[in-house]
Design a protein around this ligand. Structure first.
Ligand code: PLP
Length: 414
């Protein structure tokens, strides 16, 4: 049962693991196997130390202070914007709004872009495989405007039915929203093709990049979308960090959503004027230390390189999938032709939450539940699944421990 480790020569996973202190801990007396990476990733020392250093040496508020510390804090915060812009190939650093994560990014687009444009009878098109963050903000603004939210269907393999999606891009659709990678199924959507069809019809496209950025290089200009939302904590950075990339013309035309300090040019009771984008969308004091961590996270990923990360993660995905298929009564949800390392599954006769609780006692952390994707659960007719989501710091040996734990737990529950 224990297949021989077959590590690519240039990928020293054991060395990489030494950068992640948390991976060395025990849970319920067992070595931790952390397979909940789609929920949030663990953080390398480089990120932890960047946050620690910020508070020890540089802590001050951004933009407001002309003193040395203020300049240093601003350099870390704005430096993260520069790194993010280069990382996703934004045309300008000013096209990146720094947010607390995808959820804030989506709500910014919902209230600043969609709501002012929606009229009664209009629609927003999304898909059945979306996270609630890519559904509920659209429902909230659609309800205010008398518009509706439509969802394009998927097939049993968990792939978007593209012809249907394109058919549903009718003239009343004012915004299309699709995830780059599904957090439940791992499905990679053909975003370039979707963007091309949206452009042909003059419909702006928002892409939820939450689960894509941790696993693949992203070039927002090459993708051809209008908005790209992402979160930092799934890609090694601290919680409460993320961003929204948008085409300049949209950021220029969008009114601000949050008001307050930092986002104004001049405040007067006879008419306040706003800062240029991206600052007009960044009211209040941001998560400065968190963004110092974002900069360190990007440096860290770049020091390993996506070629190596992808090769390793895909080897792990193939191995874990093959091992799971050996288990009788196990059903995998999401068998798209192109996937990232996320595997949702159920074992006949066992509740997902019971299994996750017992797996935890074996030191194995997986997620159980609806994964903030109720419509997807409704599509498959199940209340919940178990989800093992992998990262480049995971190993084949951990997959073996996970499978052995699953077999043990299955026996207990049968
Ligand atoms: N979209 C997807 C696909 C996700 O997986 C998540 C988080 O699980 C989100 C959006 C929301 O991200 P956040 O909670 O960081 O705002």
């Amino acid at each position: 049962m224990n297949a021989k480790p077959n590590q690519p020569l240039d990928f020293d996973v054991q060395r990489i693991r030494t950068d992640f202190p948390l991976l060395g801990r025990k849970v319920h007396g067992k070595p931790l196997v952390y397979f909940d990476n789609a929920n949030t990733s663990q953080k390398p020392l480089q990120v932890i130390e960047a946050v620690d250093r910020h508070y020890r040496e540089h802590n001050a508020n951004v933009a407001r202070a002309v003193h040395q510390l203020g300049e240093e804090a601003t350099a870390a915060y704005e430096g993260a914007r520069d790194k993010l812009a280069a990382w996703i190939n934004a045309a300008s650093r000013n096209d990146i709004v720094l947010t607390s994560g995808t959820t804030q990014s989506m709500n910014t687009v919902a209230y600043s872009f969609a709501l002012p444009r929606l009229k009664p009878g209009d629609a927003i098109l999304t898909t059945v495989m979306e996270h609630h963050a890519n559904i509920v903000p659209w429902q909230l603004v659609a309800a205010r405007a008398g518009a509706t939210v439509k969802a394009a269907p998927i097939n049993e393999r968990g792939e978007l039915i593209l012809e249907k999606f394109f058919e549903m891009l009718t003239p009343e659709v004012k915004l299309a929203c699709v995830t780059h990678v599904s957090n439940v199924l791992g499905t990679v959507n053909p975003v370039r093709e979707i963007a091309r069809e949206c452009r042909r019809r003059g419909i702006p496209l928002l892409v939820d990049g939450s689960q894509a950025l941790p696993h693949r290089p992203v070039d927002v200009q090459a993708l051809g979308c209008d908005f790209y939302a992402f979160t930092g904590h799934k890609m090694l950075a601290p919680t409460g960090t993320g961003g929204l990339w948008a085409k300049r013309e949209h950021l220029q035309s969008m009114p601000p959503f949050f008001g307050g300090g930092e986002m104004i040019r001049e405040v007067r009771f006879d008419g306040t004027t706003f800062a240029e984008p991206p600052h007009k969308f960044e009211a209040g004091t941001p998560n400065i230390a968190g963004f110092a961590g974002v900069g360190a996270a990007i440096d860290y990923v770049q020091s390993i390189g996506f070629d190596a990360i992808r090769a390793w993660e895909h080897e792990l995905l193939a191995y874990a999938t093959e091992r799971l298929r050996e288990i009788p009564g196990l059903r995998i949800f999401g068998e798209a032709a192109e996937k990232e390392p996320v595997i949702s599954f159920l074992i006949e006769g066992a509740q997902a939450t019971d299994m996750a609780t017992l797996l935890d006692l074996e030191g194995v952390a997986v997620r159980s539940g609806h994964h903030c994707a109720h419509p997807l659960m409704q599509f498959y007719g199940v209340p919940a699944t178990l989800r093992a989501s992998l990262a480049f710091y995971n190993t084949r040996e951990e997959v073996d421990v996970f499978i052995a734990a699953l077999l043990k737990v299955r026996k207990l529950l049968m």
